[in-house]
Design a protein around this ligand. Structure first.
Ligand code: SRM
Ligand code: SF4
Length: 565
């Protein structure tokens, strides 16, 4: 037992992990069973650690039921991309796989990963093999382990970006599970060693729950650092990276009706020199591994471990385990958690084009052939592609001579649109209905049409370029970080949403519940007068989230983040 405390009532997931033989379970057998498109129940849990979720086509659910067919089982596959940086060659492979095996779209996620949707069981292995051949992986993009490590994707104005990105990659690699199950199952590698698998960091039952790490370089908080279990905020002195402020205990998921669950921002607990980042991360993960709740998965994130025992206890335990005391945090300032669009020149004299990708869905539709455009660009591009934490894309490291070609391709495919409002360009939505089994309401497929209507209000009030950030999720798990939206909408039921207001524009303050169970008409009726007084009465540079609090429209959240001094 790797737990400091032997916990009673271990959850079903814990039992499955324990008997899984380091994440093998019977996945191999499940894949070979031709009688169903699904996996054995335990393998449905275990395959997450390998980077895939078993789902079913929710749109076809009742039709298939009527025909007495099993649901149309299909798989989501998530690709790990630390800091969101990929090469054009890798892009071409992912593009090809999404057409060959998936639903002909690529999803850029809120954590800088790629997702394929709609992969059938028989196509899982070839998909994962091809991903690995292009030197990417799906290992540990899901499951009770450290997930994709986020990092500011845009190096403009930042001399230290490459160094921080290097640390993000190092963290990502260091915390990968060490089991060889992944290689055996997906890459047909024989188990070479007779030594049994071991997980020096995670031990044999892994973590109690998912674990998320991000790194941010102020003044940009486009990774929403405070939404992570563990965050590192880069601190510069004389233009050199000296280390990081450490923040712990972020997590946004909650469950309607369960008051013990809540969104929480990470607290800033101190500073670590850059040479000790891995040591600090390993120690934080070790505390969560040993003390995290393993009986109730709704209460098992690091935020709960900290709230159960107190932040002081946590810092004390961290210092004892480290054998040195974490230092006082340095001052830092974030200005925004959004993306800056269009061309920007980097500190390396190369150009970066940030492209708005509505809710991260790369697809083709009439007059807007984004998937085709990006494939054409990947065929000629000598730089890289960088996924942002806001589901957008940066075409990076472009030389001056290639700028025009890239712009021509984007224009030819109907991608550049100067009419988009700041509201739309600051919108995020999670996948929700269609594929997500946890969704109560639409999100990605609905927010664009809601914004069409909100845009009319925005334009009438002269706010075209105001980057008010609006985020929607199909349930309170908060995958598009709606708790950090200046306007947050969370699905309650088909066509009904809770409306939240008052988050900060830089990701350091949660929003609060304004009204519940709103229809589209209600949402528009509630927001129209608020947007209109915002247009008339906002102070210079005052953001929407700050304005609604100053005017008393909503109270500030009662869960502020703490900065220990
Ligand atoms: Fe998420 C579960 C999609 C970022 C909190 N999330 C899911 C699942 C896998 C549903 C499931 O468990 O069956 C969704 C798959 C939908 C699909 O069809 O693709 C899903 N989450 C996503 C993505 C794709 C949203 C997007 O549209 O971009 C994001 C993938 C990130 C990645 O690349 O790794 C995604 N999820 C997030 C975030 C945002 C973040 O990490 O910055 C959060 C809030 C932060 C946090 O973790 O607290 C988030 N997802 C959750 C939760 C709630 C966790 C909790 O502690 O309560 C769940 C449900 C769960 O874990 O039980 C969940
Ligand atoms: Fe699914 Fe809910 Fe996450 Fe949206 S927020 S992707 S509905 S789990």
């Amino acid at each position: 037992m790797n737990n400091k405390f032997v916990q009673n009532n271990l959850s079903e997931d814990e039992k499955i992990k324990t008997k899984s033989n380091f994440l093998r379970g019977t996945i191999k057998e499940s894949l070979e069973n031709p009688l169903t498109g699904a996996l054995n129940p335990d393998d449905v849990k275990l395959i997450k650690y390998h980077g895939s979720y078993q789902q079913y086509d929710r749109d076809l659910e009742s039709e298939r039921k009527q025909k007495k067919l099993e649901p149309l089982y299909q798989f989501m596959v998530r690709v790990r991309v630390a800091g969101g940086v990929t090469t054009p060659k890798q892009w071409l492979v992912l593009d090809k796989l999404s057409s060959l095996y998936g639903n002909n779209t690529l999803k850029l996620t809120t954590r800088q990963s790629f997702q394929f949707h709609g992969i059938l069981k028989r196509d899982l292995k070839p998909t994962i093999q091809e991903v690995n051949k292009t030197l990417l992986s799906t290992l540990a993009t899901c499951g009770d382990v450290n997930r994709n490590v986020m990092c500011n994707p845009n190096p403009y104005q930042s001399l230290i970006h490459e160094e921080v990105y290097g640390i993000a990659r190092e963290i990502s690699n260091y915390f990968l599970p060490k089991t060889t199950a992944y290689h055996e199952i997906w890459l047909n590698k024989e188990k070479v060693s007779r030594i049994p698998d071991a997980e020096p960091i995670y031990k044999h039952t892994y973590l109690p729950r998912k674990f998320k790490i991000a790194l941010a370089i102020p003044p940009h908080n486009d990774v929403d650092i405070f939404a992570n279990d563990l965050g590192f905020i880069a601190i510069e002195e004389n233009k050199k990276l000296i280390g990081f402020n450490v923040c712990v205990g972020g997590g946004l998921g909650s469950t309607f009706g369960n008051k013990s669950t809540y969104p929480r921002l990470a607290d800033v607990i101190g500073f670590t020199p850059k040479s000790r980042v891995i040591e600090v991360a390993e120690t934080v993960i070790g505390i969560q591994r040993d003390y995290g709740n393993r009986s109730d998965r709704k209460l098992s994130r690091l935020k709960h471990t900290i709230d159960d025992r107190g932040l002081e206890w946590f810092v004390n335990e961290l210092n004892i385990r480290l054998g040195w005391n974490i230092e006082r945090p340095y001052p830092y300032k974030f200005v925004s958690n959004g993306d800056k669009y269009g061309w920007l020149k980097g500190t390396n004299d190369k150009w970066y084009y940030t492209l708005f990708v509505e809710h991260g869905r790369v697809k083709n539709k009439e007059g807007y052939t984004l998937k085709k455009a990006l494939k054409e660009i990947a065929e000629i591009h000598k730089g890289d592609f960088r996924l942002t934490g806001n589901q957008n894309l940066i075409i990076g490291n472009v030389s001056k001579n290639d700028k025009e070609n890239i712009e021509t391709i984007l224009k030819r495919n109907g991608i550049i649109n100067n009419k988009l409002t700041g509201l739309r360009k600051s919108s995020m939505a999670c996948v929700a209905l269609g594929t997500c089994g946890l969704a109560f309401a639409e999100s990605e497929r609905y927010l664009p049409s809601l914004i069409d209507k909100l845009d009319k209000i925005i334009l009438k009030n002269g706010l075209k370029d105001d980057a008010i950030n609006i985020r929607m999720t199909g349930c309170p798990n908060n995958c598009a970080r709606s708790s950090l939206g200046e306007i947050g909408l969370v699905g309650r039921a088909i066509g009904r949403y809770n409306l939240y207001l008052g988050a900060s524009h830089n990701g350091d303050r949660l929003n609060s519940l304004y009204k519940e169970m709103l229809s589209e008409e209600n949402i528009l009726n509630e927001l129209e007068p608020i947007i209109s007084i915002y247009a008339k009465e906002k102070k210079k540079q005052e953001t929407f989230g700050d304005f609604v609090i100053r005017k008393g429209i909503i109270k500030k959240t009662n869960r502020p983040l703490q900065v220990l001094q």
